[in-house]
Design a protein around this ligand. Structure first.
Ligand code: MTE
Ligand code: MO
Length: 562
């Protein structure tokens, strides 16, 4: 009895959970109220043990790389979103199964009351989850009511379904319009009965159909809205950055032209990778946001964005940011112009006490990292940044404020900063606590972006194949890049002047053409002349190392078609 009702409950749970998700999604797109499936997933990512999360991320990055699913960071977000939706749907179905089984074993009557109770309990739990991530700043009360109300409606619908299914057949209404007439020739009495009774299965199929309509239209409308918002961002990017390099780059006069197929030296903002612990980026309002600087200071500060922009000189730096999870040759790396203020200057205004040793930096999404004051004193390039590529930071990239720390992977550099607490004691940061390197110094790495087999050049009668890519060694700079073909001698590549001493360097090597299949490998030396680590090592725990290689089949130009 209980078991069979468990199956009905599983189906009913899915039937009410799917439209709940769709409607919540649509409302989130429209007015920014919480979307429970994503909030739940984001919350789980924070509370589950670090090694579980890390294994999960590794698996996702591995699958994306292995199946060649496109840009790692955006594909990973899509996979995580699908996981979040699947998880929520599974929980909803399971809740339905449990409720139905419990009601059936106790032969309970008013299922709707139990359903409402269950909805309210789950609503309160999800409300706590959403609240721990931060309810929408403008309408926290509305956000709370929405989470509670929509879950209550969900529970009510679930309980109502039970009541209908458990009731005698005659009590199950047909969801067909009343005007639709029954086949001619039926006695009016029969007709009434036929029109008003349905088997459980038929009934559930009808309700399921209605639920599917709501789900598809809600989700579709929501996706349409997302597409619109994305398009607006892309248009803005096209107007300001576009596909070509922006004018006025500091190395514009360098004569070295990148090998065709080399990535853009200055990453268009819309293409910059994004990595963080959120499916929903924290939306911080400029009106209420302040940066708090407190702890071991003479003058605790509460700085607005205008304070930061107005009271300190603006500094521009070209920066290459990379994620420590980037595999050798991966796409979790990008270069743009960061604008902000010197952290040394801001701290000077706060007056740091003698006993202070560390800055505990906290963010609106609950992320945190620790920065040693010794490092801040030694590196005047460390800055608090409010603009990228000449525009305010986008929501996804940390609006209103993020930090730049040269030579460190992204995991050490919080976005959406709200607080800097000056402390005597060191504390592990978010990813350090989860097993990643506490220093996270950027590794020396080189990548072959292209073997331009279709763009051979004729250099004084000698055909050559342009080979090219990037090399990067954090803030240490690149002194040399070498290419090896078919395991032969390492040959020096030409280097383009970088955008700054901390950005990646574009290299190019024109290899004397020879037909057939060839393998190409590349290695870089940092600014101190130290060659990169050639051990093949994955990202965990301190950044990937190893030689990047590529093979290409070269065909003589006369034989090339097209
Ligand atoms: N508040 C916050 N800051 C964060 C993170 C985060 O999850 N939350 N992720 C970090 C990591 S791991 C990286 S690689 C960089 C990525 O910055 P981007 O998304 O702007 O490229 O942000 C860093 N700062
Ligand atoms: Mo990262």
């Amino acid at each position: 009895m209980g078991k069979r009702w468990g199956m009905w409950g599983l189906a009913a749970g899915l039937i009410v959970t799917a439209p709940l998700m769709a409607v919540q999604f649509l409302v989130q797109r429209l007015v920014g109220l919480p979307f429970a499936p994503f909030d739940l997933f984001d919350w789980l990512a924070r509370v589950l043990p670090g090694n579980v999360i890390t294994a999960g991320i590794d698996a996702i990055v591995g699958v994306i790389g292995g199946l060649d699913l496109g840009q790692t960071s955006s594909t990973a977000k899509t996979i995580e979103r699908l996981m979040a939706l699947g998880l929520f749907a599974a929980i909803g179905s399971a809740a339905g199964a449990i409720l139905f089984a419990a009601l059936a074993t106790r032969r309970a009557r008013r299922g709707w009351q139990a359903g409402l109770g269950l909805g309210l309990i789950l609503g309160v739990l999800l409300l706590l989850v959403s609240a721990s991530l931060g309810l929408p700043e403008i309408t926290p009360l509305l956000g709370a009511l929405w989470v509670l109300g929509s879950l209550a409606a969900w529970g009510l619908a679930l309980g109502w379904l039970y009541d209908r299914l458990a009731a005698p057949e005659a009590a199950r209404p047909v969801l067909r319009p009343a005007s639709e007439s029954a086949p001619a020739g039926m006695a009016s009495n029969e007709q009434a009965v036929a029109a008003s009774t349905l088997s459980r299965r038929q009934f559930l199929v009808q309700v399921g159909g209605a639920a599917a309509v709501i789900t598809v239209s809600g989700a579709g409308l929501g996706m349409l809205l997302s597409e619109r918002q994305r398009a607006a961002v892309t248009v803005a990017a096209a107007l300001t950055g576009g596909q070509d390099l922006p004018p006025g780059l500091p190395n514009a006069a360098d004569p070295l032209i990148p090998a065709p197929g080399t990535r853009l030296e200055y990453t268009p903002l819309a293409e910059h990778y994004r990595i963080d612990i959120n499916l929903v980026s924290p939306r911080v309002s400029e009106q209420t946001w302040v940066l708090t600087i407190d702890g071991l200071v003479d003058h605790p500060l509460a700085l607005t964005l205008d304070d930061l922009r107005g009271n300190y000189p603006a500094i521009d730096q070209y920066v290459t940011l990379a994620c420590i999870s980037n595999p050798v040759g991966g796409d979790l790396i990008g270069t743009t112009r960061w604008t902000g203020v010197s952290l040394q200057r801001v701290l000077a205004d706060a007056g740091i006490h003698d006993g202070a040793g560390y800055l505990l930096i906290r963010s609106a999404d609950g992320f945190y990292e620790t920065l040693a004051l010794d490092l801040v004193r030694a590196d005047e390039r460390i800055m608090l940044c409010y603009a990228w590529d000449g525009q305010p930071l986008t929501v996804d990239h940390g609006f209103p404020l993020r930090i730049y720390i040269p030579d460190r992977y992204g995991m050490k550099q919080p976005k959406w900063i709200t607080e800097i607490h000056v402390s005597a004691d060191y504390e592990d940061g978010y990813w350090v606590e989860r097993g990643w390197d506490a220093v996270a110094q950027m590794r020396t790495t080189a990548v072959i972006d292209t073997v331009a087999a279709q763009a051979l050049v004729d250099a004084g009668g000698q055909l050559r194949v342009p080979v090219g890519g990037i090399a990067h060694a954090g803030a240490r700079g690149i002194s040399k890049v070498e290419v090896q073909v078919d395991n032969g001698e390492w040959q020096a590549a030409r280097l383009r002047a970088p955008l700054s001493e901390t950005t990646w360097v574009i290299w190019r090597y024109d290899w004397p053409f020879a037909e057939g299949q060839h393998t190409f490998a590349v290695r870089a030396y940092d600014g101190d002349g130290i060659v990169q680590d050639d051990t093949q090592r994955g990202p965990r725990p301190s950044g990937a190392t190893g030689i990047h290689g590529r093979s290409a089949t070269l065909v003589a130009p006369a034989d090339q078609t097209g």
